[in-house]
Ligand binder design. Sequence first.
Ligand code: ATP
Ligand code: MG
Length: 410
Amino acid sequence: MELFLPPQVLKAIGLLEEAGWAAYAVGGCVRDQALGIVPHDYDVCTAASPGEMKRVFREERTLETGLKHGTLTVLMDGMPLEITTFRQDGEYRDGRHPDSVQFTRRVEDDLARRDFTINAMAYSPSRGLVDPFGGREDCAAGVIRCVGQAEKRFQEDSLRVLRALRFSARLGFTIEEKTAAALYTEKAGLRRISRERVAAELNGLLCAGDAGRVLLAFESIVREAMNAPAGGSWQLAVGRLERVPRDLPLRWAALLMDSGGENAARQAAEILKGLKMPSRLTENAELLIRWSAPEYASMPPAERLMRMGPEGAKQGILLRKADALARAAGESPAAEQAAAEETEELERLIRENACFTLRHLAVRGPDLAALGYKGPDIGKQLNELLLRVVRGQLPNEKEALLDAARNINA
Ligand code: ATP
Ligand code: MG
């Protein structure tokens, strides 16, 4: 098998080989090429120790961030390349980090510590493919299989449980039987993994092409990872998720929406905060869920714009449509049409610069101050007037608004 490697990678491998060290492209980039996918980055592994690597790359710009663990980042003609000494992980006692890292001169030892067979291949132009665990075959068959004994590998590092799901969803692969069984027996280990790392894997899983299938098949594992043991209908949640675009807040909102509304929004926010998600993501998902409840089905589009902003309002339409379609478990021309009409209406309001924020309102703070409003009452009144305007109860005209303000005051 011959793989394409970018010139910068060939150069790095060449420099190491010239100095007498075996060196290979390894991991994701070999897997992706075996699958005909263009890799998004290239990792290199080598027999050279960290000190020896530094000598080989003394003419290049390097970053020593991971040197203790054997990783040197080399800027090869502008391309940052991570080059790592062959490693053998020692014992894992905490389910997260090996207690010790041992360097080795054998590429097979390095491949043996990797998670799945498809990720445990190395390639160099001079030495060809090194594939001791049948990664190429599993790529061809579309199978995720642990290197070695699955239970032990998940006990060593529980994050691998989620990595298995993520790769399965991203590549459309099945999970081999023993590996799948071990996911269940070892899922409790997920509690010991840092929330940020769990979050990153879940985000990758939710936005993968085949997310729906994997979520349905492994509900209890995903619930364990989210730390949300119970909840509404999973099938409906996944049905929604499959029907919204691959956008993080939207996908999370779809999965956690339940029946929408205030309680569901708050529960979703709890889960996302528990995962230490960025607050913007959490707030967007919360907003989408809050205003997607059936009791707001007939909310005027301008009010939606006021409550959710233009982006949120458009995404809200997609979410409610997905909900209707998932509930119909098939087609729903009525839902499609309602969504199309609502989108058109939103776009018209935005295009015509309709009033949906305080910036658009025909009265300002000083106008109300002149009527005798003070302090926080000014803001409250402005918001009250805005609400009446977006609901079509008042025209956005100064005189009418001032009149109304006088009456509200009275
Ligand atoms: P991606 O395209 O998502 O980056 P990748 O295979 O490159 O896929 P990385 O997380 O970048 O995945 O890891 C690079 C390689 O390191 C993997 O291919 C795998 O060989 C190994 N690896 C990463 N994480 C683990 C882990 N938790 N346990 C064992 N091996 C791992
Ligand atoms: Mg990678």
